[in-house]
Design a protein around this ligand. Structure first.
Ligand code: NCD
Ligand code: ZN
Ligand code: ZN
Ligand code: ZN
Length: 358
């Protein structure tokens, strides 16, 4: 048995408000604890999207009464909230901008709105982007011109990680995350998964893209699940929405890579605890740790999971390394399959500023 610090997942969709049949703050934070995460940063592409004070208050109220682990809430950059969203910055873990088509209504069109959001958002608070291919180049340039730090979500391709390496080499404050599914799956897995279940943004890429992520891990700041639950029937139905659940498989996949010598435990701790905490200015969670059995071999089964979506793209995979117990703020929160803290135990980490935690 070994101890890890509480893991932080900087990219999670909990579907509340608006689509709680897929997930809510209760089921999603239970899944987080079962996966070894003691804090999740949740995305604003809900219904309604989190772009103004009433929608943010709705999410905050749901989280306060239902979350079992700690959390931060992202605000969404919309077409109409450039002038108002920055006044809410102190209540959020960051601003999320969607530059490409994905699930939800938050895609930004055009150049001016992108420039205005980056320019108006407080310079010391994080901006995270969904930006693929040439959208990434645009986001990097604007952040550079306005001297703003930028966090790039779910980097999936060789050309993108190369661009991020180049940006870091000239000293610009860009950070990025990769997902376990882009590290462990490729487009060759889509036929097995089925077309609907294989839908995810960014798409599963080539083996060369996957290999480039592994080869450039030194410029990857964070691991992020992009836990994006849609129900099994939605994924198998007409017009399947993109997204994979990931909270309950991420650590097992990464520990399997550790057991194979492809990753060290330090590599994992830096990307799943140290860096997310630093980038998003989150306070240290005291007396918080995860106990891991490094030798336990287990088979992924969606049937035992806490997520509401009832499927996983990793079904049947044999993994080595398993979460046994999670202690959150000196309370045993998870042990061997059981969630031991009630809804409402989780705290909002969003509003703590960088200054307060130093
Ligand atoms: C995400 C979702 O379902 O909310 N889907 C996805 O395929 N990743 C949206 C996103 O993160 O782009
Ligand atoms: Zn995205
Ligand atoms: Zn996402
Ligand atoms: Zn720490």
């Amino acid at each position: 048995m070994i101890r890890l610090p509480g893991l932080i997942d900087p990219h999670v969709h909990l579907r509340e408000p608006g689509a709680t049949h897929k997930e809510d703050f209760d089921s999603g934070t239970a899944a987080a604890l079962a996966g070894g995460f003691t804090a999740v940063l949740v995305m604003p592409n809900t219904q309604p999207p989190l772009t103004d004070e009433p929608s943010l208050k709705q999410a905050q109220a749901a989280a306060k009464s239902k979350a079992r682990c700690d959390y931060g809430i992202f605000l969404g950059a919309g077409a109409d909230n450039v002038a108002t969203v920055s006044s809410l910055a102190s209540q959020a873990c960051g601003l999320k901008m969607y530059l490409d088509q994905t699930y939800g209504p938050l895609r930004l069109e055009g150049l001016a709105v992108l420039r205005d959001h980056i320019g108006n958002w407080p310079a010391d608070r994080p901006v995270a982007v969904h930006a693929e291919g040439r959208s990434l180049a645009a986001a990097l340039l604007i952040a550079t011109l306005y001297e703003r730090p930028l966090h790039v979500c779910h980097v999936s391709r060789k050309d993108e990680i190369a661009l991020i390496r180049k940006t870091k080499e000239i000293g610009l404050p860009v950070t990025c995350e990769v997902t376990p599914h882009h590290l462990f799956l490729t487009e060759d897995d889509v036929p097995k998964l089925g077309a609907g279940r294989g839908e995810v943004r960014p798409r599963l890429a080539t083996a060369a893209d996957r290999d480039a992520l592994w080869a450039n891990l030194d410029v990857v700041d964070c691991f992020a699940t992009d836990h994006a639950p849609h129900t099994r029937s939605e994924k198998d139905g007409e017009d399947p929405p993109p997204g994979f659940p990931g909270l309950e498989t991420a650590l097992g996949l990464l520990l399997t890579a550790v057991s194979e010598g492809r990753l060290t435990l330090d590599d994992l701790i830096i990307r799943s605890h140290t860096n997310p905490r630093r980038i998003f200015g989150l306070p240290e969670q005291h007396e918080t740790f995860v106990e891991i059995d490094l030798d336990a071999v287990w088979e992924v089964r969606s049937s035992g999971m806490h997520t509401r979506c009832d499927w996983t793209p990793f079904e049947g995979m044999r993994l080595q390394g398993q979460v046994r117990r999670v202690t959150l703020r000196n309370k045993l929160a998870y042990a061997d399959g059981e969630i031991l803290v009630p809804p409402g135990y989780g705290k909002d980490l969003s509003s703590v500023t960088h200054q307060q935690i130093k």
